[in-house]
Write a protein of this length. Structure first.
Length: 500
């Protein structure tokens, strides 16, 4: 057993002994309720109003500094920190002896008078201290060690993987992490406010689906016992939302979880949050304008600026964003004209560009791989890449000037895609033919090919008006607006491999 583990076990044993002593003294270490009159920030932000008044606070003990008959400590609640002055004279001998059994990490209630110390720190002169929850596993508080006159800080909880696994601890000891997730909530609220103000209706569609669709991805599979039915966790909301457009709604959106059985990296988590929007009688050019306006509105509301720091760069969201056709972008970054090339020609181009591909890949898949390797990393400032080949977009409407292309765009920022939009395909015969082509690709081994959805085709046969659709990755947008390098930094509990 490691020395660190032995030490931890000794500390935890000591805390259980304190727990037993508290109970022997008739003190309940896990309270039912505590009534507080204020939170910390209300006092620190408006000291003049509260000076000299008796208030009650509650929070977690984050520091303890004992000086005999007096102890200074700090408690932390959701709003911030507050210093407590706890003296034997103020709370009494018996209560002070019990307080000696308190530890950093305990959650306490404190009642007392607000004052300011000689050092100028706003403080609560405690007249009553109540244990609300006894901490039995010590917090990894930052330690300060002095050697040869030099002070060094040691953060015992800087290990990235452990921070993701123990998010509840991460939130306690790393204040910036809490701020990221508060901002995430505000970003989603701002997006919802924007869409609601446009008159679009927020809806809910099935997460468990008999046929998965709306994206090129492998699904998670489950089984419904009562119906003896295989079901799939949705990979996208698209096909159900477009059914609602066919049913007469003219603007619907959903913010919810999607699930894709894929790898995990800095921009992918198998469970992620998407916003999908569908607007009748509009096309993809309308949606480009909406994306610009929506993202800028959110950035101003949450960050107060359209100039964003991101990993050492400055991103300027000011409209208009650059609009660049896919094949122009490919030619610019590869020096090759790849338009209308067949599988063999594109395979040869990939080889010349030193991009590995697999045998049997279609022209669309090879193009997509070349784009990911040679173009995406260069799309730092906001850019709409538009007009994709048909084989890459089986749910998008053919381009009105070039039937080999579709009316589709993806917004890119800091070298990654944050959304996807089409002029939606509403021709049921064309859609059936593309589903059939996707089924053939699936049978040939493409596990991410789209499935044929007969009920969705029926909805198109009933008639869906011209429609613009958009999917936007909430997690990636939050990464951008919070200067976060990994998708795991913006998801409370990211998917992790089991520890054991």
């Amino acid at each position: 057993m490691s020395e660190e583990l032995l030490e931890l076990n000794e500390v935890m044993k000591n805390r259980r002994e304190k727990l037993a002593k508290l109970r022997q003294a008739g003190i309940e270490p896990f309270a039912y309720k505590y009534t507080r009159s204020l939170v910390a920030s209300q006092i620190t932000d408006d000291f003049e109003t509260h000076e000299g008044k008796t208030v009650s606070l509650a929070g977690r003990l984050m520091s303890l500094r004992s000086m005999g008959k007096v102890t200074f400590c700090h408690i932390m609640d959701e709003s911030g920190r507050m210093q407590l002055y706890i003296g034997k004279k103020q709370i009494g001998d018996e209560a002070y002896e019990a307080f000696k059994l308190f530890d950093i990490g305990d959650i306490v209630g404190a009642k007392g008078e607000v004052f300011k110390t000689h050092a100028g720190e706003i403080t609560l002169l405690v007249s009553e201290i109540t244990l609300l929850t006894k901490n039995l596993r010590p917090l990894p508080i930052v330690k300060e060690v002095e050697r040869d006159g030099q002070k060094t800080l040691y953060d015992a909880f800087s290990d990235t993987e452990q921070r993701y696994r123990r998010r509840y601890v991460d939130l306690i000891v790393n204040q910036p992490v809490r701020e990221v997730f508060v901002k995430r909530s505000r970003i989603i609220t701002a997006m919802r406010d924007y869409l609601d103000a446009k008159g679009y209706l927020e809806v809910e569609t099935p997460i468990l689906q008999p046929i998965y669709g709306g994206a090129a991805a492998r699904p998670f599979t489950t089984h419904h016992n009562a119906l003896d039915l295989t079901l799939y966790m949705r990979i996208a909301d698209e096909l159900y939302l477009k059914r609602l457009i066919a049913g007469g709604f003219e603007g619907v959106y959903e913010i919810g979880k999607d699930f894709r059985n894929e790898g995990i990296d800095r921009t992918h988590n198998p469970e992620f949050t998407m916003m999908e929007l569908y607007v009748a009688y509009e096309d993809y050019t309308f949606m480009m304008d909406l994306v610009e306006e929506m993202v800028c509105t959110i950035a101003k509301k949450v960050n107060g600026s359209l100039q964003l720091p991101y990993q050492g760069q400055t991103i300027d969201l000011t409209p208009p964003w650059r609009r660049l056709p896919l094949f122009e972008a490919l030619e610019h970054h590869t020096g090759m004209d790849l338009y209308a090339k067949d599988d063999e020609q594109l395979a040869a181009a990939a080889k010349a560009l030193h991009i590995p591909i697999e045998k049997g890949w279609s022209a669309g898949k090879i193009l997509d791989e070349i784009f990911k390797e040679k173009v995406e990393p260069n799309l730092i400032q906001p850019t709409f890449i538009c007009d994709y080949p048909v084989e890459l977009s089986p749910l998008a409407k053919r381009h009105r000037q070039d039937s080999r292309l579709v009316e589709r765009f993806e917004p890119f920022v800091v070298g990654r895609e944050i959304g996807n939009s089409f002029t939606e395909l509403n021709d049921p015969l064309d859609q059936r033919a593309r589903f059939e082509a996707q089924r053939a690709a699936f049978e040939a081994g493409d596990e991410e090919a789209h499935q044929l959805d007969e009920d969705f085709l029926r909805a198109l046969e009933i008639g869906m008006p011209p429609t613009a659709g958009l999917g936007m990755g909430i997690d990636r947008l939050v990464m951008l607006l919070t200067d976060s390098a990994s998708i795991r930094d913006v998801i409370f509990f990211p998917t992790m491999r089991p520890e054991h």
